[in-house]
Design a protein around this ligand. Sequence first.
Ligand code: ADP
Ligand code: MG
Length: 328
Amino acid sequence: MSNVIEIKNLSKSYRIHKKDPGLKGSLKSLINRQYEMVEAVKGIDLTISHGQLIGFIGPNGAGKTTTIKMLSGLLYPTTGQANVLGFTPWQRKKDYLKQISLVMGQKAQLWWDLPLYDSLLLQRDIYEMTKPDFNQSLLELTELLELKDFLKIQVRKLSLGQRMRGELAAALIYYPKVLFLDEPTIGLDVVVQKKIREFIKHYQQQHQATIILTSHNLDDVRQLADRLVIIDHGQIAFNGTTTELINRHVDHKRIVLTFTQPINKSDLEPFGQVTKFNPHRASIQVPRADTTRRAAALLEKLPIEDITIEEPSLENVVRELFTKQDYA
Ligand SMILES: Nc1ncnc2c1ncn2[C@@H]1O[C@H](COP(=O)(O)OP(=O)(O)O)[C@@H](O)[C@H]1O
Ligand SMILES: [Mg+2]
């Protein structure tokens, strides 16, 4: 598989104006402006191959939006290189911009006073689409995103969910090969979130698009992403599948038990750390490598009705990772 995105040692620092608090500080800063650098992205390396969907996650301020802005040509990096579809994004070549698209959940890109349909017509002209191509694309997107009822309504009058579907339609009407989605489901109710997720997956598969999706919502990532890239303090903290993340960072599994007759907590203690207990039902935490042996021992020694072995949730793993201090 060929690489569509290659990033080498990419960094971005913002220069921000430093000011002491209060009026005195304001006056002082007028005379003697002081600047401070914020290192938003610190030398990241990343390769993404054709047709992959990458879940790009990390806490607030980690550098996700900054990275996406550089890759979509909105920001110059401070240092480093990126190659997307054979182009350097920030050179903003027309042939590049015609093949990519950026959707930001927090920022409206549609024309507020125009009906969605008119914004789509503008996209047709900007991206120099033929009428048959446009009509075909419009038909498909109207169907998939259920736009029919509000195509002719002014964007400012749409609900957030409708507007987001409109944003996606405008972003995809010209069939970009690379798609940057920055928090596309933010603020939406779960039903709309699910629809948007299904739509993104469909688009990826139908058009073999390469997609970077940033999200706070781990459901997005779990259900859509082929691979997970975790960024924290501007650096990549993890790059791999969710299974690899769990295997690498979690050294335990949980065994959930129900009993045919009541038992004592002390009966369970030899088998692992008891995390939940009542006489009929309990959970214990056991070392990963020893899970099978312990489960067999439990079945042999205790009156077990049912036994299940659970992986920790992605939420817990990610939360644990972000609260650890030693990997940043
Ligand atoms: N335009 C800007 N000027 C100064 N600092 C910025 C600007 N944009 C982002 N930052 C800072 O850069 C860091 C990374 O921000 P951002 O890329 O938006 O993170 P994320 O999208 O992961 O929340 C943060 O510390 C943020 O405050
Ligand atoms: Mg952001």
